[in-house]
Structure formats: C-alpha cells, structure tokens
Design a protein around this ligand. Structure first.
Ligand code: ADP
Ligand code: MG
Length: 370
C-alpha cells in the first residue's frame, strides 16, 4: 500500500512525498450515545483507514488532492471555513499551530466516507501525524487526539465526542479499548481469538441523522438539567443512577427520561460486556448485545423497523454472537460479532454489503525520508 500511495503522490505532484501516514477508522462494539454523556465506550479500530502523503513546498500554497473528494487549495496560514473536507485539515493545522508553510498532500481512504466508520477522525489523525513528523512538532499523542477533536468540533462544527480520534490514534491490535470518555482513563480488553468483527451496511443513508442526533443530544441535556434540580453536583448523565433518575422523573418530559434511561443502562452494559469478553463467556456477550440494541431501539429511539428486522435476522444466525446498530443511528452500519472463519457464511446469509476486520492498531507513520 505504501508504494501505491507514493505513486499516487508522484503522479499528482511530480515529486516524492516526505512522509506517509495511516490512521484507521473505528467501530464501536458497545456504548452508544454515551460518549457525549461522559460515559463508557468499547470501540476498536478497523483495518480500513486513511493514508496521507505529504511534502513541504516553498511557495506558501497548500494543495491537497483526495482520491475520495478531489482538489482543495488555499494559502498557508489562512484558516477559512469553506464547508468542505479542507476544513478538517485547516482545523488540524490551526490547532497544531503548525508553521505557515506550503504543503502538498495526497489522500486516499479505504473507508467508506460519511457512513459512520469515522473517516473524518481517520483523516484528521492521519494528517496530524504527518504534519507532526514533517515539522518535527513536539506534541504528545493525547495532544494530537485533542487537536483533531477540536478541529472537528470547533472548526468544522460537528458536535462529536472524543472517542473517534482517541481510538484512531491509540488503538491496539487484537484489543478493544474500554474508554471512559470523561476522564479518558482507558484499558485495553483482549478480543476473543475465536471471534471477528463484521460491519454490515444497512444501506439506509443517514440523511436526517444529524438533525435527529442533535435532537437526542438536546433531550439528554434536558434530562440532565432536570436531574440537577435535585442533584446539583451532577455533571453528566453517566454520574446518574437509576434511583436518582426515577426520583427526578416528574421534572422531565417522557422522551428525556427514556434517553437518560438508555445512557444509564448502556454504561452498565459496557462494563458487563468488557467483563464477559475477558471471561470468554460468549453466551452472555450475545445477551448483552441484544439488550443494547433493544435499548437503542426502544429507549433511545434511533433505530428503524427495517434495521430491527436486519438485526434480528443476523442475530439468529448460529455463528453470530451479537449484532446491533452502531453509530448515530437511523442507518449506517451494524456491528456484528461472529465466529472467525464464518465470514463467507454471513455474506451469503444477507444481501447487504459488509466489511470484516480484526481489531486493528492505531495511527502509524509508514514512511519518512531518511
Ligand atoms: P464518518 O466520519 O462517519 O465517515 P463524517 O460525516 O463524520 O462521517 O465525515 C465525513 C466527511 O469527512 C466527508 O464529508 C469529508 O468532508 C471528510 N472526509 C473523510 N474522509 C475523507 C477523504 N478520504 N478525503 C476527503 N475528505 C474526507
Ligand atoms: Mg465522523
């Protein structure tokens, strides 16, 4: 792959790249809509991701070609928001406080873009790693993660948790990351060697998903506001237990109550799933995954009847140990845990396009000029 990226860069710019980097996409096994509520998540990086090749240029111009999105050009040191993919890169350069020098960048991703496997974080993290190397910037891994998260949330303007950038940078092969999104405390959970991951494309595009996502965030905010009336010290919904929520139920609307209920029960399921994976108890793993989808569907209400049917169908396959909707909701991908070696059977059992991966490692520099 390095050769292909190098050739892509040369064919585009007529020179050689100085640095080539890679950052993976991710899939969340469990812990949905908990990240912006200060809760737990259990994601893994996947083998699909984004390659970035970069060199410096003396003309003060930044020229980027993405195989997935085309050309983008601007003057170094200018941080204008244009509403296209260049914003992610300008955001990274801005918050990294990179020197205002010219650059040439070539980008190619093996991830589906814009469908929930976090091509945006893969782009930011891969680009940030390349920029760090090329300018020899003294910045730690966690700072890169924060820069990328700020690029997306503050510069691009997408309200997102820090999970995507964290996983894309810090993931470890054959492990899941049990991440506390509030403290960023994390633990690597070995992934059972008998299992593998499948990402099944529901085929349903998330056209309305961003407005509904914002609506869910607003409902969570309202729930928290109500809880705070009785428990003023509470900072986020993940610090609330069921008893506290029930005692404040009369102070909130029904939708907010159900969203909060999901967040509380989901945090418990994340811990339980991590425990059962560690213990190799696949039967309980399957049960927890089922409950997690049910909660998304009934309490958080981000599923659709067609998605529920597909989850049901896949879950009932004998070699599957859990399937549920992952990501913002209303479409996108399902995460499926299945027995290794049974990939083709899963493929034959459903009509949807799908990707397979073992838990992958985080971002890496693939090449830099000696
Ligand atoms: P996801 O992160 O789930 O793929 P997002 O909507 O968060 O979906 O991010 C998709 C956006 O990220 C694209 O619209 C584009 O602006 C940018 N992007 C991601 N990957 C690339 C790429 N390889 N080339 C250009 N832009 C990309
Ligand atoms: Mg994204």
């Amino acid at each position: 792959m390095i050769e292909e990226i190098r050739e892509g860069f040369s064919a585009t710019f007529g020179t050689e790249p100085e640095v080539i980097s890679f950052a993976p996409g991710r899939v969340n096994i469990i812990g949905e809509h908990t990240d912006y509520n200060g809760g737990l998540v259990l994601p893994a990086a996947i083998r699909y991701g984004t390659y970035v090749a970069v060199s410096r240029a003396a003309d003060g111009k930044i020229e980027v070609y993405s195989e997935n999105a085309g050309w983008e050009r601007w003057d170094a040191g200018v941080f204008e928001r244009r509403g296209n993919f260049g914003d992610y890169l300008r955001g990274v350069l801005k918050f990294m406080e990179a020197p205002a020098e010219g650059l040439r960048a070539y980008i190619k991703s093996s991830l589906p873009v814009g469908s929930g496997l976090s091509s945006s974080a893969a782009l930011e993290v891969s680009f940030a790693l390349a920029i760090q190397k090329i300018f020899s910037l003294d910045i730690s891994g966690i700072e890169i993660v924060r820069v990328c998260h700020r690029a997306e949330s503050e510069f691009v303007g997408v309200r997102c948790g820090i999970m995507d950038q964290f996983v894309s940078f810090f993931a470890k092969k054959e492990h899941l990351i049990l991440l506390d999104t509030q403290s960023l405390h994390h633990e690597y959970i070995p992934f059972p060697s008998s299992l593998t991951l499948a990402m099944v494309d529901t085929g349903i595009r998330r056209s309305l998903s961003s407005s509904r996502y914002n609506q869910r965030r607003e409902e969570c905010r309202r729930a928290l506001e109500a809880v705070k009336k009785l428990f003023p010290d509470v900072e986020n919904l993940s610090q609330v237990n069921e008893e506290m929520l029930l005692s404040t139920r009369p102070l909130m609307d029904e939708a907010s109550f159900k969203r909060a209920m999901h967040v509380i029960s989901e945090n418990q399921r994340v811990s339980l799933l991590a425990d059962f994976l560690r213990a190799g108890d696949l039967c309980m793993v399957e049960k927890i995954m089922k409950l997690a989808h049910q909660s998304l569907s009934e309490d958080f209400e981000v599923s659709l009847p067609d998605i529920d049917d597909l989850v049901e169908k896949i879950s009932s396959l004998p070699f599957v140990y859990g399937a549920r909707l992952t990501g913002a909701g209303f479409g996108g991908f399902l995460i499926v845990l299945l027995l290794k070696g049974r990939e083709k059977e899963l493929q034959r059992s459903i009509n949807q396009p799908l990707l397979f991966s073992r838990p992958w490692s985080g971002a890496e520099l693939l090449y830099s000029v000696p």
